[in-house]
Unconditional design. Structure first.
Length: 726
């Protein structure tokens, strides 16, 4: 084990001798480890130890010890000092004399040159006094910490009475002997709620925190408190930057923190990463005219003797002790590992993570208003911990409008206005659904790269593309763009209302002030019909003509293996669409809402119930699409304002799509051949056009052959599906 050396160590040598003298006085059993006596030969220099033995023991006593048959008790004057003293100690008749002679030697030696008062300004005692003040240690707690650090640094060697691996109990006994104090006094200072353990000066096994040794030895010039917390130094965003967030929560959370009666206040900010929780907390502190302190993350711990969670709990409590509660706010960023969470398996069994007892104790005893920041979903937090928060704010994914504001603020702050115009900012905010941190990072790199005006957009696309790929953020918004040659003409729609009328109804719903029509019907559309009949393309068309974003969620996107996970995903999908003022498109909705009468598991029912509830209370436009309308739960059918059936094309529709897709005109014979092909959908014409794209001189005859193959493939697929029970 590595030994740390201070810049000067006279105080350390003297302190070692005092502890060792106390140990010798109080220890009466055998000594199994001769390293115990290292203290003497390390600190008392130029000593003739053989002469010391002759001066304190008679010739007969020395002779008797030299002839002892026991290996651990046989004296050999040619051995090292520590071996000689171990042998003498283990001769019971000589032990009392050895005790007196060593204690007397140390007492004399401590007069000079190792008088402790003379060297109190050395690095080690000065730093330990700072530690004492920082942790608010009593004199006994201070001595325990010093002695424990000496053990950690190999300045003292623990001797237990059993000769086996040292346990926590042995350390308590050893400390009691070294400090010449009662065992119960030492034990009382090492309880779970004691300062030494709460502040992680010692770990749960009573070992000294070796990370503190760097500070104690003078290798770090920073104040000790900097290892645990620092004053927030980031530039704070203006309070009005947070818009709806401060309108909904701002005044209320300020009142809670500033309430006059003295009690602890814990605020939880949770939700999507990168949504501005940390900057909001710092802006809140500035609004309240309070000094803002950030609890440190775990420092590099080489021997892994202390966990990051334990360190952070210690750092939080040290910060709380050191600062003025009435004038301060503490921020515990990235607190996920500190919060007690419950994860659920797909069998419905609960698994607990985190230390709920420690968390709840800290929450109940903090004196300074504390803001906890987490990316953990609320449902994952243990209920007893959730109840201890005075207030909570959920940070949802950034909307395009919020991202635009972040782009604009960063561009202004970095004085990069010459690089950007309004159209480029709108493009970036809409296309890249990233966090504020990534926006800042991309702008920083653009500032360094200094691209020319016509290279800015491509540079952004290159930088953003890599971030989005790494974080699995989709950027293929082009897939939601309606085809250039798309038209409602030719579609085979079942029912009395044409699609243009439906589009007009949706436009009226979106333009209407909801507050003036509280009883207005919902705007939920169900699109059903065989694959390729134009359901998805119609949704794209609707978003295009209404100039509205479409949030697309496949049924498989929302399904989750954990109990409650699918329900949360459904809720979040509706929340995202409402925040974005977007159309929510649930494709393959039958995967979510199959008939509850056929359900075999409780969660198959609850996920249907959640979807029904969200549809009932959604203020926007929701569209569901299915190829299997017969599988849907009857209750969901009643929630749809319009049910639109898409069928295979009629003969008139086939002609329209053929001539539009292939930019051609059909002869009478070709038209008759086309009419003879059954079950054609708009998607079939696009498939054939893509298949023939690279072929030269493709003819109508060839196109008809390919369409006939598409039709035949559907018959085969239907036959296979029927045989396997679908």
């Amino acid at each position: 084990m590595k030994n740390y050396k201070t810049k000067s160590d006279y105080w350390t040598k003297g302190k070692r001798l005092i502890y060792f003298s106390n140990f010798i006085k109080n220890h009466n059993s055998l000594i199994n480890d001769d390293d115990v006596f290292d203290v003497l030969q390390d600190t008392i220099e130029n000593m003739d130890w053989v002469k010391f033995i002759h001066d304190n023991f008679s010739k007969n006593a020395i002779n008797r010890m030299q002839k002892n048959h026991s290996f651990h008790s046989r004296l050999d004057l040619d051995d090292s000092p520590k071996d000689m003293f171990t042998a003498i100690w283990n001769n019971l008749f000589a032990r009392k004399t050895l005790k007196k002679s060593i204690i007397k030697l140390i007492d004399n030696y401590l007069q000079a040159p190792y008088s402790l008062k003379k060297y109190e300004k050395e690095v080690f005692p000065t730093r330990f006094n700072e530690l004492k003040k920082t942790f608010d240690l009593t004199e006994l707690e201070y001595e325990i910490a010093v002695a424990s650090s000496f053990i950690s640094l190999n300045y003292l060697t623990i001797q237990d009475d059993h000769g086996h691996e040292t346990h926590a109990e042995d350390k308590v006994i050893f400390l009691a002997k070294c400090l010449d104090r009662d065992y119960h006094e030492i034990s009382a200072c090492l309880q779970t709620n004691s300062k030494l353990l709460r502040f992680r000066c010692l770990d749960d096994d009573f070992d000294f925190n070796r990370e503190l040794c760097t500070f104690l030895s003078g290798f770090s010039e920073e104040p000790l408190t900097n290892s645990y917390f620092k004053v927030a130094a980031d530039e704070v965003l203006p309070w009005d930057f947070y818009g709806n967030l401060i309108e909904e929560h701002g005044d209320f959370v300020k009142k809670i923190i500033n309430r006059p009666h003295k009690s602890n206040v814990n605020i939880l900010l949770y939700g999507t990463p990168g949504t501005g929780k940390s900057s909001f907390a710092q802006s809140l502190a500035q609004q309240l005219n309070r000094k803002c302190y950030i609890v440190a993350q775990q420092k590099n711990n080489r021997d892994k003797s202390d966990s990051s969670v334990d360190f952070r709990f210690a750092a939080l409590q040290i910060c709380d002790f050191q600062i003025e509660p009435e004038k301060s706010i503490i921020i515990v960023d990235e607190s996920d590992d500190m919060l007690a969470t419950t994860s659920m398996s797909f069998f419905g069994m609960n698994f607990q993570n985190g230390d709920k007892g420690k968390l709840n104790t800290v929450l109940d005893n903090l004196k300074t208003p504390t803001i906890w920041i987490s990316n953990t979903p609320a449902q994952a937090l243990d209920e007893s911990s959730r109840r201890r928060f005075d207030y909570s704010i959920c940070f949802k994914p950034l909307t395009a409008l919020q991202r635009k504001s972040i782009w604009e603020n960063n561009i202004k702050k970095m004085q990069m206005e010459p690089f950007f115009n309004t159209d480029l900012i709108d493009f970036c905010a809409s296309r890249y659904e990233v966090s504020a941190g990534i926006i800042t990072k991309v702008l920083t790199n653009i500032e360094r790269l200094t691209p020319s005006g016509n290279e800015v957009k491509s540079t952004i696309e290159k930088l953003m593309g890599q971030h989005c790929e790494l974080l699995e953020i989709p950027t293929d918004n082009d897939k939601l763009q309606v085809a250039k040659d798309y038209s409602l003409d030719g579609l085979n729609i079942k029912g009395d209302l044409p699609l243009n009328t439906i589009v007009g109804a949706v436009r009226k719903f979106r333009n209407e002030d909801a507050s003036l029509a509280p009883d207005r019907p919902r705007m939920n559309l169900l699109l059903s019909g065989p694959p390729g009949t134009g359901k998805t393309e119609f949704v794209k068309y609707l978003g295009s003509v209404l100039n509205t974003k479409v949030v697309v969620k496949m049924g498989s996107d929302l399904l989750n293996m954990y109990v409650g996970g699918t329900e949360r995903n459904i809720k979040n999908a509706f929340a995202q669409a409402e925040a974005e003022k977007a159309i929510l498109f649930l494709d393959e909705i039958d995967g979510l809402v199959q008939n509850r009468a056929n359900a075999n598991r409780s969660w198959e029912v609850t996920q249907v119930n959640e979807l029904l509830y969200q549809m009932e209370n959604f203020n926007g436009v929701m569209i569901g699409a299915t190829n299997f309308i017969q599988n849907l739960d009857p209750a969901i059918m009643r929630r749809f304002t319009f049910k639109i059936g898409f069928d295979y094309l009629s003969n008139e529709g086939k002609k329209i799509f053929f001539e539009r897709m292939f930019n051609t005109e059909l002869t009478a014979d070709e038209l008759a051949a086309l009419n003879s092909i059954k079950n054609l959908a708009p998607g079939d014409f696009r498939t054939v056009r893509q298949a023939l794209y690279y072929l030269e001189n493709s003819s109508n005859t060839m196109r008809l052959d390919y369409l006939r193959q598409e039709s035949e493939a559907k018959k085969i697929t239907a036959k296979v599906s029927k045989n396997i029970g679908f």
